[in-house]
Write a new protein. Sequence first.
Length: 182
Amino acid sequence: MRLFFALPLPGEAKERLRAPLEAAKRAGGDGVGFTRIEQLHFTLAFLDEQTAADEALAAGEALRDGTAFEMALSGAGAFPNTARPRVLWLGVMDGAAPLIETAERLRTALRQRGFTLEERPFRPHLTFGRVRPRGDRSAKRALAAIAPGEFARWTAREACLMQSVLGRGGATHTVLRAFPFR
């Protein structure tokens, strides 16, 4: 099973993101594959294919040591950069430090349980699109269509272990367990 840990967005935050992301989608056209609003989340750790979830669930208990924190999204950008966009994202205006701490606490627990994770440091961002081959111009139009300002604000209260099942219509994500913060 394909597993990852995520910090979910509450429904009201997703609804606040609908207008700016729909504007980006209209401007970007088919050069970008956009994440469905209902599937928006912050990926804390991607575990890829696993035979069972037991060790991941045990490592996830480290998330319960965190406390709830305020999050706010503002600004848009691209990885590796806007000149060569491959991944389109929204930035974290408030809550970046506790989000990084949460991800690092989890990653430490996962490594202690034998998981191999990417070595790049965690960079707080909300992925909303992946650029298709030859979609650079579309990606730049999508980014330009997102107005400046704060998009959404909420209190992050939990992280989840998710299962991702790939299908013809894209991935389907299912929560295996939520880990509430203190």
